[in-house]
Design a protein around this ligand. Structure first.
Ligand SMILES: NC(=O)c1ccc[n+]([C@@H]2O[C@H](COP(=O)([O-])OP(=O)(O)OC[C@H]3O[C@@H](n4cnc5c(N)ncnc54)[C@H](OP(=O)(O)O)[C@@H]3O)[C@@H](O)[C@H]2O)c1
Length: 240
């Protein structure tokens, strides 16, 4: 898709990969709608983008709340008149072994990483259908393809998202809605700090990752998301 003047909704746009993606897509000519819970951070980003001549809309949203997500999509379409690209990026990890992971925290992460994207897809698809098509990008994780001790719960949420994404791709193709999955690997954001669960295990995972492992910048992942919108592969991986 050529991005100029297209309307892109980015969830989790207040920090990390989502913030870098919103900024990069605005620079590429998109009109962005920014969603997350931190209104102050979203407002700051929107002001920065508007100063640079871009269109930006802030909609404070908890992605675990279905009616808030429905309102997010309504507000975006009311404001811009359409929705061309949905980027399901908001996400959080929970650390803990399968035997011991805190189940309330695991539930919260399922709500955000699995139900959040479905709420957004279900609200967006009718709008995209009415407009002749669109793109849905689901931000997964390479962790969903691995068996990392202490990250099974988080990996399971992303594996579920992969399957929903792969299935929706076929289901929505007749509506000209293209569904893609993006697979970041370890990325330098506050993601580890923001994750729930066993703190020593979280720190050990970040520490273990250091020797020899590539850590991407959020700007690099944003560039890959832009590339996915332009080239429309079913799956977008980071380069080796
Ligand atoms: N960083 C990595 O190493 C890595 C690797 C692979 C995949 N990923 C995936 O990439 C995505 C972005 O991660 P990141 O590294 O940018 O993490 P991050 O820096 O922690 O940012 C997470 C974003 O999600 C938002 N968010 C969290 N809970 C939310 C909620 N209940 N409702 C709405 N928004 C919420 C946060 O905003 P508020 O707190 O303001 O709501 C923030 O904007 C996630 O899906 C993550 O699983 C990350």
């Amino acid at each position: 898709m050529e991005l100029k003047d297209k309307v892109v909704l980015v969830t989790g746009a207040s920090a990390g990969i989502g913030l870098a993606t919103a900024r990069r897509l605005a620079q590429a000519g998109a009109k962005v709608a920014l969603a997350a819970r931190s209104t102050d951070k979203l407002t700051q980003l929107a002001e920065e983008l508007r100063r640079d001549g871009h269109a930006a809309l802030v909609v404070a949203t908890d992605m675990r709340n279905q009616s808030e997500v429905a309102q997010l999509v309504e507000t975006t379409v009311e404001h811009y008149g359409q929705l061309d690209v949905l980027i399901n990026n908001a996400g959080q990890a929970v650390a803990g072994t399968v035997a011991e992971v805190d189940l309330d925290q695991f539930r919260q992460v399922i709500e955000l990483n699995v139900f959040g994207p479905i709420y957004a897809i279900q609200a967006s698809v009718p709008k995209m259908r009415a407009h002749g098509g669109g793109i849905i990008i689901n931000v997964s994780s390479m962790v969903s393809k691995m068996h990392l001790p202490g990250l099974g719960g988080y990996a399971a949420t992303k594996a579920a998202l992969n399957m929903l994404s792969d299935t929706a791709r076929g289901e929505l193709a007749p509506d000209n809605i293209r569904v893609m999955t993006v697979y970041p690997r370890m990325t330098a954001t506050d993601f580890g700090r923001n994750s729930l669960g066993n703190r020593p295990m979280r720190e050990q995972q970040r520490g273990n990752a250091a020797p020899g492992m590539v850590i991407d910048s959020p700007e690099y992942v944003a560039e890959k998301i832009l590339e996915a919108i332009q080239k429309e592969p079913a799956e977008q991986f980071m380069d080796a």
